[in-house]
Structures are given as structure tokens and as C-alpha cells.
Design a protein around this ligand. Structure first.
Ligand code: CA
Length: 406
């Protein structure tokens, strides 16, 4: 029996060559991914797009279909942005696009407002999963403009739907069956207004891995002029056997700069139900993609603190336990990386007793591979320093929101 999960995720964002600030925001915590492209003067766009991804950072409602749960959060984000835009003059008129994707039970649910886009790359071909809510997008659908004319249209950046301007927003949602090997791309129009779908297809076909694919997308958008902020979120779906899903959690070296993919165990895959009105993805052509799968995952040996420090710690811990301090250790948290190299919050103490008794457990796995942590922050972030639950969570959340700069 096998299940599908997000094998690897990469986020790249770039101011571009002509804008001063970056008003795009993104969120990547497998199996949920979001891109938002803000608009409005004087950083208001940045506020709107960040607010939108923060709403997703708070999690999805437990009830309803994947599409409904995404749409509920999109409407909540709209309400909050609208409220803020009405209450503070410097935020008046702000708004944002939003494209969210959730992988669940071998189905990708997509919720969408605006002109950011989601694409699926399978068997060497690219399929657009969203419809632009833009003036030119509507004219193309009405047959009044060709795609080529739309690309050159002077009003191509005018969008007809966004989060923020109105108290309520209409959210488009779809569901697509996914397969192992599928690559999903969420991006802002700073990518698609600069390079065409042919170029995106060529890049995804030719790049040796997701990281280099994302870099290439940003580079080519900049080489084409970089007129707008460019954001690309890429993730790949893989199949794993049941035995692989529940891996023991061990603490890797704090200095790990591993670029191991973020992983999220998936529940057993269910056969996707065809939905009325849902665009059907193309027939699968080939499982094998242009992007090479990474080599088999190396087992990482846990690295412990220096022997003397460890001995002192073990004595301290035994004392704590002996003194009924076990409960106290439950109040302690630290940040490190899990065996997949993903930044993780652990509860307990960062030590393993003889006979392999671990004094910690996984509390929260972030969406950020350690390799994405700014180099200057790695040492202080991943040092296993003991923190409160709130401190640890806030720190990792700031990291996920890209607010933890060098
Ligand atoms: Ca934009």
C-alpha cells in the first residue's frame, strides 16, 4: 500500500528589476501552499498579501471538503483585509490576489481570486489550473482577444477580482487528481507576465531539481525585464510505501544545511471523485518527469552534544526526573531539524539517554527546510536552545512567513 505526499517544496521570491519593494507573499507548509500578490500604495499591498497568508498560517477549518475549507479561509482573509482597509487611511484601497493549493488524499484542491496562477506539470506538459480574474483574461475567455494579444495588452495588469475591495468575495475552487511525479507551481503575475508558458515548460523539463527550476524561473523573468515582483512556489508529489511514513524522529546536527525536502505523511490515497465543472487534467502521459527525483534519502545519524556536556546534561536530567521534574521538561521546547532536514519544534530536552531513550518528541514540523534558513540565522535558530512553547512557535512561524531575515 502506498500513499501520496509532498516530497519537496521550494519557495522563491524576488523584487524584480523595477519595483522598490516586494508586495508578494507566500506560504508553504506541506500539504498547504499559498501565493498572494498585494496591491495598493505605500506598502499597503505588502500588508494585504501578508495578512492573507497569515490567515492560512492559522490553519484550515476542520469541517468540510478541501475546497470549502480553503474557500472559508479566503473569505476570512478578505474580511480582515477589507476591515483594515476601511479603518486605516494608509491602507485604504489595498488588496491582494490569492491562490491556495491543498494536497489531500491524492487530490489537489485549489482556491483562487485574482491573476496569480497555479499550474500542474505532468509528463512534460504544463496545464494551467486557474482562470485569471483580469480584464484581459475575461476578454480572452469571451474570444475577443487571443492569448498573444493579451500578453501585450496595455491593461493586462488590471484585475477584476481581489481580496480587500469588497466585504465579500467570490472564490473559485477546483479539485484535480494528482499522481506521483506531478509538479505544482503557484506563481504571481510577475512571472507569467514576463515569461510565457513555453518557457516555464522548458525550464521545468530541463532543470535537474526544483531548486534550480525555481531559480531559473526567477532569473528568466528578470532577464525579460523583471517589471514586477516575482514569486514561484514549486512542489512535487511522490508516492511512499506505508513503512516509510512513520519514520522515527531524530535530531540532526544543528548546523545541518541539508536541503532535504519537506515531507508530510499522507493518509492512504482515495480514488478521486470526478466533480461537476472541475476541469479535468490531461491524461497521464508518463510518470517520469524531466525533473530528476532526488537520490534515495540518506539516513542521518543523530549527532549529540559534546560528550562532557552530554554527561552533565544526562546527570541533570536524571536529577530532574528523580525530583519529579519530568513534568517540567514537558514545558520546555527547542528548535532543530528533523531527519528530513526540516526545521522542527521539539518538546522536551535535546538529549538521548543510553538505551536510546529520547527526552523529546516532535511538536511541530514547519514547512521550511533548514537549507532555506538564512545562513546568518542558522546557528542561533537551530542551536537547541531551550525556549517556551510560545517562543519556539513564534520563531518558527516568523521563519515560515519569511520574516526572519539575516
Ligand atoms: Ca504583481
Amino acid at each position: 500500500m502506498s500513499v501520496l505526499r509532498v516530497a519537496e517544496a521550494v519557495v522563491r521570491t524576488d523584487t524584480g528589476r523595477q519595483r522598490r519593494g516586494n508586495e508578494d507573499s507566500s506560504f508553504a507548509r506541506a500539504p498547504l501552499f499559498v501565493v498572494a500578490d498585494g496591491m495598493g500604495g505605500a506598502q499597503a499591498g505588502e500588508v494585504a498579501s501578508q495578512l492573507a497568508v497569515e490567515v492560512f498560517g492559522e490553519g484550515l477549518p476542520p469541517e468540510g471538503s478541501a475546497e470549502e475549507r480553503l474557500a472559508t479561509r479566503v473569505r476570512e482573509a478578505n474580511r480582515r483585509i477589507h476591515r483594515l482597509s476601511r479603518s486605516e487611511s494608509e491602507h485604504a484601497g489595498m488588496g491582494t490576489t490569492l491562490t491556495a493549493a491543498l494536497l489531500e488524499d491524492a487530490v489537489l484542491a485549489v482556491a483562487h481570486v485574482g491573476d496569480s496562477r497555479a499550474y500542474m506539470f505532468r509528463g512534460g506538459s504544463l496545464q494551467r489550473l486557474t482562470r485569471d480574474h483580469s480584464l484581459v483574461g475575461e476578454l480572452v475567455e469571451q474570444g475577443k482577444l487571443t492569448e498573444e494579444q493579451a500578453e501585450e495588452h496595455p491593461q493586462r495588469s488590471i484585475i477584476t477580482r481581489a481580496l480587500g475591495p469588497e466585504p465579500d468575495v467570490q472564490v473559485d475552487t477546483w479539485s484535480y487528481p494528482v499522481q506521483a511525479g506531478d509538479i505544482l507551481l503557484l506563481c504571481s503575475d510577475g512571472l507569467t507576465s514576463m515569461i510565457g508558458e513555453d518557457a516555464i515548460t522548458r525550464i521545468l523539463t530541463g532543470a535537474p531539481d526544483l531548486r534550480r527550476a525555481a531559480d531559473r524561473l526567477i532569473d528568466e523573468a528578470n532577464e525579460a525585464g523583471g517589471r514586477d515582483n516575482i514569486t514561484a512556489v514549486l512542489f512535487r508529489v511522490e508516492e511512499v510505501g506505508d513503512g516509510e511514513v512513520d519514520q522515527p524522529t531524530m535530531i540532526a546536527a544543528p548546523s545541518a544545511t541539508s536541503t532535504r525536502p519537506a515531507t508530510a505523511p499522507r493518509p492512504p490515497a482515495a480514488a478521486p471523485l470526478p466533480k461537476n465543472g472541475s476541469p479535468e487534467p490531461r491524461a497521464p502521459l508518463a510518470r517520469r518527469q524531466g525533473l530528476a527525483r532526488p537520490a534515495a534519502r540518506p539516513r542521518r545519524n543523530p549527532r549529540y552534544a559534546k560528550p562532557v556536556a552530554a554527561l552533565v546534561a544526562v546527570c541533570a536530567v536524571l536529577f530532574l526526573i528523580g525530583a519529579g521534574g519530568y513534568l517540567a521538561t514537558r514545558q520546555l521546547y527547542f528548535v532543530g531539524t528533523n531527519p528530513q532536514g526540516v526545521v522542527t519544534v521539539f518538546r522536551g530536552l535535546p538529549y538521548v539517554l543510553p538505551a536510546g531513550i529520547r527526552l523529546y518528541e516532535t511538536y511541530y514540523v514547519s514547512g521550511v527546510p533548514a537549507g532555506q534558513v538564512p545562513v546568518t540565522r542558522r546557528r542561533t535558530l537551530l542551536d537547541h536552545h531551550l525556549r517556551s512553547q510560545k517562543d519556539s512557535s513564534n520563531l518558527v512561524r516568523a521563519l515560515e512567513l519569511g520574516q526572519l531575515s539575516g
